[in-house]
Design a protein around this ligand. Sequence first.
Ligand SMILES: Nc1ncnc2c1ncn2[C@@H]1O[C@H](COP(=O)(O)OP(=O)(O)OP(=O)(O)O)[C@@H](O)[C@H]1O
Ligand SMILES: [Mg+2]
Length: 277
Amino acid sequence: MAVHPEPKPSVVVSHLDIVYEVFGAKRGRAVAAGEEEGGLGMVERLLGQREEKFGHVQKVHAVKDVSFVANVGESIGIIGRNGSGKSTLLRAIAGLIPPTSGSVWLSGEPSLLGVNAVLLGDLTGERNIMIGGQALGLSAKEIRSRFNDIVEFSGIGDFVYMPMKAYSSGMGARLRFAISTAKTPDILMVDEALATGDADFKARSSERITQIRKDAGTVFLVSHSNNTVKEMCTRALWMEKGRLIADGPAEEVVTAYQKTFPQKKKPSSKQTSATDS
Ligand SMILES: Nc1ncnc2c1ncn2[C@@H]1O[C@H](COP(=O)(O)OP(=O)(O)OP(=O)(O)O)[C@@H](O)[C@H]1O
Ligand SMILES: [Mg+2]
């Protein structure tokens, strides 16, 4: 592990709250995640902890009073169940969602790489590399010089000349990761994108994440794969219903999470899964 005697903060999140306002929600019917939890969900709603209804505008309190400091050289996994606020937290750090209250401070340029990152399905991988590279601040010449590396890293071969809508989700995710890391970002944020990769791609992305940390970057990784977080992260944040309930060494936090929410073994399935096998 890289040793940084004096931690150098790269991200400071202070008392962050994010409340979404959903227009057009049907009155009297809850839409927030966790609905399947039955009785508990209802109690929380009655206590006003989950959502408040104002006419047809429904509020979803997705991130609640979250504070932490991330340092240069750390790779931080964000774990938690569906709807716990992981993606919202990441998008807020990336500056894509303004804080409802509290603040986010960054010392560098963030690069968010998510399942919904803006790659255009109608365009070829090649065009998306050009556009994505420019969005990262690379010149056309720089992108051309890195083009082969990007394609090689993504492992999509000649598919790069096909429209992206013809890609499998794994191929799309791999190309996204390759583009987003073509220029070493100060703060790399990855939301689930590695989940669809095969073992070989995971090994390559793990190497690249380590490289980014060594090059004085900070990496955030949202993942439902406990093993991926254990293997790739130095630290983990555990989100539960919008709150940060644990923050510490990845191994410890993930182990505590696994004890609380053991993952059921799936009967043998050929499908690539976002969860651990
Ligand atoms: N654009 C949005 N508008 C309104 N509510 C939203 C929006 N995005 C997320 N939410 C709500 O905010 C809460 C947190 O969602 P978020 O996507 O951050 O969770 P998550 O931890 O990333 O979940 P998952 O593991 O399923 O990806 C959920 O209750 C969700 O329904
Ligand atoms: Mg998410």
